[in-house]
Design a protein around this ligand. Structure first.
Ligand code: NAI
Length: 344
């Protein structure tokens, strides 16, 4: 049986993989994958990793030396991997989509909770405080949702917003053809949106795109929702915009420096991140710990697609879910496989 070193294991990962795995010996490891822990994969042909693992050149080299030939990301995002270092040595596969609805519905849950102050109402009534002063929201009906990134999740979120009777303004450098919503540029989206929700990947070009300059272009009283990647937002600038009242509220499922914090129980620890501590202390910030994907359906899809990616790899088949240095740096013409899979 081929061995998989499964890093950053949580109880729900083990349950969902054990439910469908028949063909692999999975070695569940609680630690994240990084320069110190890569040695634990020695002798494993495959590594299964997640969003906050560190997969830089030194980790790739250590894995390769230990016999690993494929990294199966059990997520869609891959901004934590040095693909250039992996190219020619270790193939990287991922789960491009496991439930766009899970993430889009969580984005709407954050918006609804923030707008109608459900988090505050919950605490009040639990304390038998039935006063509703200070809980005023606004109707979403008729408001404008600015959606940045109109891929699978962005479009699922747009459909939900339309169900609420909202108007849609969207920005995407690669707009979908025959869209049933309006595209615009970012400046217009900032100026006209009552809520702005981020659904694009993190790239070298859009790191901290929501910064002090962007906030000045936005409507007063705007809601910001981020279920994509933390570094899309300059968190200090967000804090300033919350303090000044420019931003009405922020729903965040991701945070730029979440790596060593999210997914862990830190309740006995003083967190060494003042910006995060201040964000959490704001009454109009709702922060969840990268849980937007966490539905039963998504976990089942992640386990099935990850294992079938590994089946493809070990059977010598093309890898439709491969992520490759050549293809993903826009050099598709240079890719020997022409993006049909298995690039080397
Ligand atoms: P997708 O690949 O279907 O769509 C991404 C869209 O973003 C594409 O249409 C692309 O053209 C667009 N885009 C690329 N660069 C852009 C830019 N600079 N500005 C605006 N749009 C841009 O991806 P999908 O499945 O919709 O996922 C979106 C993001 O959601 C992922 O990249 C990931 O960061 C995040 N995500 C978060 C999860 C969570 O649990 N919080 C789970 C899964 C994904």
């Amino acid at each position: 049986m081929k061995k998989i070193a499964f890093f950053d294991t949580k109880s729900y990962d083990k349950a969902s993989f054990d439910a469908v795995n028949k063909d692999y010996e999975i070695i569940y490891i609680e630690s994240k994958l990084n320069g110190r822990t890569a040695i634990m994969a020695k002798g494993c042909e495959a590594v299964c990793a997640f969003v906050n693992d560190t997969i830089d050149k030194s980790v790739i080299d250590a894995l390769y030396e230990g016999g690993t030939r494929v990294i199966a990301m059990r997520c869609a995002g891959y901004s934590n991997i040095d693909f250039k270092a992996a190219f020619g040595k270790i193939n990287v596969v991922r789960v491009p989509a496991y439930s766009p609805y899970a993430v889009a519905e969580h984005a709407m849950a954050l918006l609804l909770s923030l707008n109608r102050k459900i988090h505050k109402a919950y605490n009040r009534t639990r304390d038998f405080n039935f006063n509703i002063s200070g809980l005023t929201g606004f109707d979403l009906h008729g408001k404008t949702a600015g959606v940045i990134g109109t891929g699978k999740i962005g479009r699922a979120f747009i459909d939900i917003c339309k169900g609420f009777g909202m108007k849609i303004l969207a920005y995407d450098p690669y707009p979908v053809k025959e869209a049933d919503f309006e595209y615009t540029d970012t400046d217009t989206l900032y100026a006209k949106s009552d809520i702005i929700s981020l659904h694009c990947p993190l790239t070298a070009d859009n790191r901290r795109m929501i910064n002090a300059d962007a906030f000045t272009k936005m409507k007063n009283d705007v809601f910001i929702i981020n279920t994509s990647r933390g570094a899309l937002i300059d968190s200090s600038a967000l804090l300033d915009a919350l303090k000044s009242g420019k931003v009405r509220g922020a729903g965040l499922d991701v945070y730029e420096e979440e790596g060593d914090i999210f997914f862990e129980d830190m309740s006995d620890t003083v967190i060494d991140d003042d910006v995060l501590a201040l964000l959490i202390s704001c009454p109009n910030v709702l922060l969840t710990s990268h849980q937007a994907f966490l539905t039963r359906e998504a976990l089942g899809n992640i386990a099935n697609v990850t294992l079938s990616n590994l089946d493809d790899f070990f059977s010598g088949r093309d890898l439709p879910n491969e992520v490759c240095y050549q293809c993903d740096t826009g050099k598709i013409d240079e890719c020997r496989a022409g993006k049909k899979g298995r690039c080397f």
